[in-house]
Structures are given as structure tokens and as C-alpha cells.
Design a protein around this ligand. Structure first.
Ligand code: CTP
Ligand code: MG
Length: 223
């Protein structure tokens, strides 16, 4: 079975408010993007990795890949205006059909080996799989004026993370159907719209996304 990993890392990092571009912000002395690359390169179930970054960051990324000797990188592409577009650009760079495509945020430095392995297994079995955490807060559904409509049952609420992993043919079909709406924060949305099965995989609390300066501090502490 052949699995290709896609890393969208072409965001503008607005919420991080750092001088350095988000993929290259240092975490424990190492660029943030090197962590997700390292974890995916070390996973023996992953055969190739394709990364999307902003056009002006391509050379810098190549330099990092050489410096750390990441071997499985088979493509570096220009990102798009939205995350979905960046994922689609990576998907198009897969040269011949594989079995499974695993998508993992460049801003999530600590995916566990177990999560990577099981998400591939679930994608094979169910078609799609999303790593997620059970909601810990009580979630309120509100109207546009911020008045509470109702309280959702927490038992059924999960926060989606990545990896989000799919069978190649299902993802291909889903991506080809989204011409109008290219702004989805979550890859599984495109499958849900096709009525395809997406299985939740409980991931670890360490699998955080670096979004703000505070997250960077939490990530430093986790190292
Ligand atoms: N991403 C991408 N292309 C985009 C937007 C986002 O590849 N046009 C990637 C980001 O680089 C990141 C992941 O999607 O690895 C999750 O996005 P997020 O955490 O929102 O990162 P940014 O979009 O960079 O940050 P912000 O929203 O604060 O600008
Ligand atoms: Mg963003």
C-alpha cells in the first residue's frame, strides 16, 4: 500500500504576529516546519511527502530539507490563497495514483506515530479519518447576535485536528467537486459533502497547532 503525505504550510501566520514567517519560526532552536516533516519522514508507512509553502519560501524550505536530510520529500509546491487550495496544489503534484493520502498541518509539530499509523489504517477501512480531541468545554450554538440558541451535547462534539487521511480516489473526487467553495479549514468537510464516511480517531493532547504566541510557548514547554 502506498501513502503520500501532504503538508500545507503556505499560510500567512497572521495570528502568530511574528517577524519570521511561521514555518521558519524557531521552536527549541529548530524551524517549526522541521517537526512535522521529521515526524512524517520517520513514519515507515509514508512513502513520499509533498509540501506547500508561499512562493518566496520555496528556496528556504529546500535549504532546511537539505540541512536536516529529510529523504522522503518528493515535491515542493506553491501554496494557494486558502488552505484548501494549498492542499489541492499538493494533491495535483502526486505524479501517479497512490492508495492513501494523509494531510497534516505544517503548524502541528507533534503528531504521534500511533496517530499517523492508525489514521492510515482507518482511511483504508472507512474511506476517511480525522484525528480529533473530545470537546472539553461546553459548546453553545448561538445566533448572529451572539444569543444562545441551545447547548450542544458534548458527548458528540470533537475538535478536529490533523492528520486527516483519505483514500486517494475518494479525496480526488471530493477535491474536484469544490470549485465554488475553496475555503475550508478542514479537509474532511469536502468528503462530508459527498456523503462519505469519515471516522474519528482520538489523538493525543500533545498534537497542538501553533496558532498564536501562547501556542509557541506551550510547544516549547512540551519539548
Ligand atoms: N495553510 C496553507 N495555505 C493557506 C492557509 C493555510 O497551506 N492559504 C496551512 C498553514 O500554513 C498551516 C495550516 O494550513 O500549516 C493550518 O492553518 P493555520 O494554523 O490557520 O495557519 P496560518 O493560516 O498560517 O495562520 P493564520 O490563520 O493565523 O494566518
Ligand atoms: Mg489560517
Amino acid at each position: 500500500m502506498k501513502t503520500v503525505a501532504i503538508i500545507p504550510a503556505a499560510g500567512s501566520g497572521k495570528r502568530l504576529k511574528s517577524k519570521e514567517k511561521k514555518p521558519f519560526v524557531l521552536l527549541g532552536g529548530k524551524p517549526l516546519i522541521a517537526y512535522s516533516l521529521e515526524a512524517l519522514a520517520a513514519a515507515k508507512y509514508i512513502n513520499g511527502i509533498i509540501i506547500a509553502v508561499e512562493a518566496e519560501s520555496i528556496e528556504r524550505l529546500k535549504e532546511i530539507i537539505n540541512r536536516y536530510g529529510f529523504k522522503k520529500v518528493i515535491g515542493i509546491v506553491k501554496g494557494g490563497k486558502t488552505r484548501t487550495e494549498s492542499v489541492r496544489n499538493c494533491f495535483r503534484a502526486i505524479d501517479k495514483p497512490c492508495d492513501i493520502v494523509l494531510i497534516h498541518d505544517g503548524a502541528r509539530p507533534f503528531p504521534e506515530t500511533r496517530t499517523i499509523r492508525d489514521s492510515i489504517r482507518y482511511a483504508k477501512k472507512f474511506g476517511g479519518c480525522v484525528a480529533a480531541r473530545p470537546a472539553t468545554d461546553t459548546i453553545k450554538l448561538v445566533d448572529k447576535n451572539l444569543f444562545v440558541e441551545r447547548t450542544l451535547d458534548r458527548k458528540y462534539l470533537w475538535s478536529a485536528q490533523t492528520p486527516q487521511t483519505f483514500r486517494y480516489d475518494i479525496l480526488k473526487k471530493a477535491l474536484s467537486r469544490i470549485k465554488g467553495n475553496l475555503n475550508m479549514t478542514d479537509d474532511a468537510c469536502v468528503l462530508e459533502r459527498l456523503g462519505k464516511t469519515v471516522k474519528i480517531l482520538k489523538s493525543s493532547a500533545r498534537n497542538i497547532k501553533v496558532t498564536t504566541k501562547e501556542d509557541l510557548k506551550i510547544a516549547e514547554a512540551l519539548i
